[in-house]
Design a protein around this ligand. Structure first.
Ligand code: GLA
Ligand code: ZN
Length: 673
C-alpha cells in the first residue's frame, strides 16, 4: 500500500516548486543554503524538465537531476519529484504533430507554451509512460524521494480536445458506457431536431455547430474528457507504484478555481495517495480569505477529510490576473495557516526563486528578485519557524459543523447553453452560501449528493440542477431521519443526461420539499423583488423567481411584487423527523443569513455571537490532541473565548479564558486535556 503522507517528512511541508534548471549550477549552492535558513522541508522538482531530461528521442541526461537531488538530500530537504509530462519536448511534436490539441472550432494549438496535449493521443501516452518509467527506475530508491508529483494541474489550460483521435476515443467511451447507439439516442434525446445516430461511427465530439448542439452530448463530452485525463494520470501513477512501491503519488488540484471547471475532483480524490492543491487569491473585490477557506474545505472534502497538502500558493502577487496586488504584511502567514487550519499539512509555494526570464517572471517567489534583504524573504523565514512549531498537529483532522452539497457534473450541466437565465450561476450560489456559513463561523465540509450525510445536522444545496434518483433518495432519507436541508432554486431539475425529471419541477425534490414549481420566471438584469416574512422581516431577491405551489410545505416568506407576487418565496417542509427548506429566488447576504438562522435553529446549531466577523476560528483534532486556530483577518485586535486552557504554539505562551489575537495575527492553541 502506498503511504499517505510524504515519505520521510517528519515536519509540516514547507517549500515550493524548485526549478534549478533555470539557473547556473553556482546558484544551487546558494539555494540550499537559503532553504536551510528558511527551514524548507520539501521542494517540488522537475515538473517542466522533459526537454532537459530527454534532449532527443531516447537520449537521456539525468546528470543534472542527480546532482540536484543529491544536494537537496545532503541538506536534509525532501523531494516531491515531478513527472514532466505536462510539456513534451519540441522534438516530440515534430514527430507527432497530431498530439497537439484541437479546439471545437478545429484550430490546432502550436508548441511554445505548456499543456498543449491531446490526452487521447497514443504517441503522447507512450512517450509519457516511457519518461515516467525512466524516472521511476532511476529514482525509486533515492533517499531524498518523498513523493511523486504527476503532470501539473490537469484540466488547464486545455480541458478538452476535439481532434479525430479524440472522436474515435469518445466513440469507444460511449460504447463502453452505453452498450448500443440506441441507448445513446435515448439518453441524449436525439429525436429532437432529428439528431438520431444510426451507428457509433457517426458520433463526433461536440464541435462547432451553427447553433446550440445536443446538451446530452456536450455533458457526456465533459465526462469523457475528464475520464481521459484521469486515465492518463492513473497510467503514470500505476507505473510509479509498480517501480517505487510505497512512495505516495499525487497530482496538484485546483479545487476552487472557477476557471478550472473541467475536472470532477470527487473522482480524482479517490485516485491519488495524497490530495494536494494549488490556491491563488482571486482579487475580484471580494474577501479573498473566504474563497481561500472554501478552497481548503473543498480540497479536504475531496480527500474524504484526510490531511492534504497545499502544494502551491504565492508569497505575494501573482501575474496572470489583469491586476495583481502584492500581499499585505502578514497576509502570507495568515493565508498559509488558514490552509493548515483546514487540513493542510504545510504550506508550499510557486516558486522557490523568482524567474528572470519566461512567462512568470513577475510572479512572486520565496526568494524574490531583490534577494534576502526584502520583506518577502523575512516573512518567509518567519513562516518557516511558525510551521516548525506546529509539527505536532500532523495527522489531525479539521472538525466541520455543516455540509454543503457540490457536484461538478451538475455545474457542467447548468453551464450548458439555453437555460431560463444565464444569471442563474451555480458557482455564484455556492460561493454565496459558503460565505454566509463562514460569517456564522460554521466550518463546512463539502459533500457529493449521493454520500452519507447523517453526521451533519445541517446540509445546504446551493445549486444542484442535475440530480440523480440516488441523490434524491439520499436527501429524502437524510431529512426523514431528522436532518435539516436547505435547497436553493433551480435544483433537482434534470437527471444525469440533462433530461427533465418526469412530472412537475423540481422532479427529484418535489416530495422532499413538499411543493411544485409551475413556471420559472427569471428576472431581467437590474430587476429585483421584495419578500415579506415572519415578524414583518422583509427581504429582497433578484435574478430568479418562480411560481411555487405548496403541496405540504408551509410558506415562510412570500413574494410581494413581481410576476410571482403572492407565491411562496421561501418554504419549510416537515418530513419525517426533519425539515427541508426551499428558497426560490437569489437572496443577498442578509437574506441568506436570515434563512440560515432559521434553518440552524431547526438543526439545533446555536449561533456564535461571541466572535467578530472575519475572525476565523477552526479546530483540528485527532491523535496528538485538539488544536484551535484563531485567524484575525481584521485590522483590530480581537479576543476569542477558549473553552479550555492550552498552550499557544507560535508564541509558546499559556492561554486561558479569552485568547488575545492581535490585528492580522494567527494564534494556534493546543488545548489541554
Ligand atoms: C499554477 C502552476 C504553476 C504556476 C502558478 C502561477 O499553479 O502550477 O506552474 O504557473 O500557477 O500562479
Ligand atoms: Zn485529441
Amino acid at each position: 500500500m502506498p503511504e499517505t503522507s510524504p515519505r520521510g517528512l517528519a515536519r509540516l511541508a514547507f517549500g515550493g516548486d524548485y526549478n534549478p534548471e533555470q539557473w547556473p549550477e553556482t546558484v544551487w549552492q546558494d539555494d540550499v543554503r537559503l532553504m536551510r535558513e528558511a527551514g524548507v522541508t520539501m521542494v517540488s522538482v522537475g515538473i517542466f524538465s522533459w526537454a532537459l531530461l530527454e534532449p532527443a528521442p531516447g537520449e537521456y541526461d539525468f546528470g543534472w537531476l542527480d546532482r540536484v537531488l543529491g544536494l537537496l538530500h545532503e541538506n536534509g530537504i525532501r523531494v516531491d519529484l515531478g513527472t514532466p509530462t505536462v510539456v513534451p519536448p519540441v522534438w516530440f511534436y515534430r514527430d507527432h504533430p497530431e498530439a497537439l490539441p484541437v479546439t471545437a472550432e478545429g484550430v490546432r494549438h502550436e508548441f511554445g507554451s505548456r499543456g498543449a496535449i491531446c490526452h487521447s493521443n497514443a504517441d503522447y501516452r507512450a512517450a509519457a509512460a516511457n519518461i515516467t518509467t525512466r524516472l521511476a527506475e532511476r529514482y525509486a530508491d533515492h533517499p531524498a524521494l518523498a513523493m511523486w508529483h504527476v503532470h501539473n494541474e490537469y484540466g488547464v489550460p486545455v480541458s478538452a480536445c476535439y481532434c479525430d483521435s479524440c472522436a474515435a476515443h469518445f466513440r469507444r467511451w460511449l460504447a463502453t458506457t452505453y452498450g448500443t447507439v440506441d441507448v445513446v439516442n435515448a439518453a441524449w434525446g436525439t429525436a429532437f431536431w432529428g439528431q438520431r445516430y444510426a451507428s457509433f461511427e457517426d458520433v463526433n465530439p461536440p464541435r462547432a455547430t451553427p447553433t446550440v448542439g445536443n446538451p446530452g452530448q456536450a455533458l457526456d463530452y465533459k465526462r469523457f474528457a475528464d475520464a481521459t485525463m484521469r486515465e492518463n494520470f492513473c497510467a503514470e501513477r500505476d507505473i510509479l507504484h509498480r517501480l517505487a512501491p510505497g512512495v505516495p503519488v499525487t497530482t496538484n488540484f485546483m479545487t476552487a478555481l472557477s476557471q478550472c471547471d473541467s475536472v470532477d475532483y470527487w473522482a480524482w480524490g479517490r485516485e491519488v495517495d495524497i490530495v494536494t492543491n494549488d490556491h491563488y487569491l482571486i482579487t475580484d473585490g471580494r474577501r479573498t480569505h473566504v474563497n481561500l477557506a472554501m478552497a481548503a474545505d473543498l480540497t479536504r472534502s475531496v480527500g474524504a477529510g484526510a490531511p492534504w497538502i497545499l502544494l502551491e500558493h504565492s508569497t505575494s502577487g501573482i501575474n496572470w490576473q489583469p491586476r495583481n496586488p502584492a500581499k499585505a504584511p502578514g497576509q502570507m502567514a495568515r493565508n498559509s495557516l488558514a490552509h493548515v487550519a483546514r487540513g493542510s499539512e504545510g504550506a508550499m509555494f510557486f516558486q522557490w526563486r523568482q524567474s528572470r526570464r519566461g512567462a512568470e517572471k513577475f510572479h512572486s517567489a520565496m526568494v524574490p528578485h531583490g534577494g534576502t534583504d526584502t520583506r518577502v524573504w523575512r516573512e518567509v523565514v518567519e513562516l518557516g519557524a511558525s510551521l516548525d512549531s506546529l509539527a505536532a498537529l500532523r495527522g489531525t483532522r479539521t472538525e466541520a459543523d455543516v455540509a454543503v452539497l457540490w457536484d461538478w457534473h451538475s455545474w457542467w450541466a447548468q453551464n450548458l447553453a439555453w437555460r431560463p437565465s444565464e444569471d442563474a450561476d451555480a458557482r455564484e450560489r455556492a460561493d454565496a452560501f459558503y460565505e454566509a456559513l463562514y460569517d456564522r463561523h460554521l466550518t463546512v465540509d463539502f459533500a457529493h449528493p449521493e454520500t452519507d450525510l447523517s453526521a451533519y445536522p445541517l446540509v445546504v444545496a446551493p445549486a444542484l440542477y442535475l440530480m440523480t434518483e440516488a441523490a434524491a433518495d439520499n436527501l429524502r432519507a437524510y431529512v426523514e431521519n431528522g436532518g435539516t436541508l436547505v435547497v436553493s432554486y433551480f435544483s433537482g431539475i434534470v437527471d444525469e443526461h440533462d433530461a427533465v425529471h418526469e412530472g412537475a419541477c423540481p422532479g427529484a425534490l418535489r416530495d422532499v420539499l413538499g411543493l411544485t414549481v409551475e413556471e420559472f420566471s427569471p428576472l431581467l438584469q437590474g430587476e429585483s423583488v421584495r419578500l415579506t416574512g415572519p415578524d414583518g422581516c422583509g427581504l429582497g431577491g433578484d435574478v430568479w423567481t418562480e411560481f411555487v405551489v405548496p403541496r405540504g410545505a408551509e410558506t415562510v416568506w412570500t413574494y410581494v411584487d413581481g410576476l410571482a407576487a403572492g407565491h411562496p418565496a421561501v418554504t419549510r417542509h416537515r418530513l419525517g423527523e426533519g425539515a427541508a427548506w426551499y428558497v426560490s429566488t437569489r437572496l443577498g447576504q442578509e437574506g441568506l443569513d436570515a434563512l440560515l438562522a432559521r434553518a440552524a435553529q431547526d438543526a439545533g446549531i446555536a449561533p456564535r455571537a461571541d466572535l467578530p466577523r472575519d475572525v476565523e476560528v477552526v479546530r483540528r483534532s485527532g491523535g496528538t490532541g485538539s488544536y484551535l486556530f484563531a485567524i484575525n483577518h481584521t485590522a483590530v485586535d480581537a479576543k476569542v473565548p477558549l473553552e479550555t486552557s492550552g498552550t499557544e504554539l507560535l508564541t509558546g505562551e499559556r492561554a486561558a479564558g479569552r485568547l488575545a489575537v492581535p490585528a492580522g495575527a494567527v494564534r494556534v492553541v493546543r488545548l489541554d486535556g
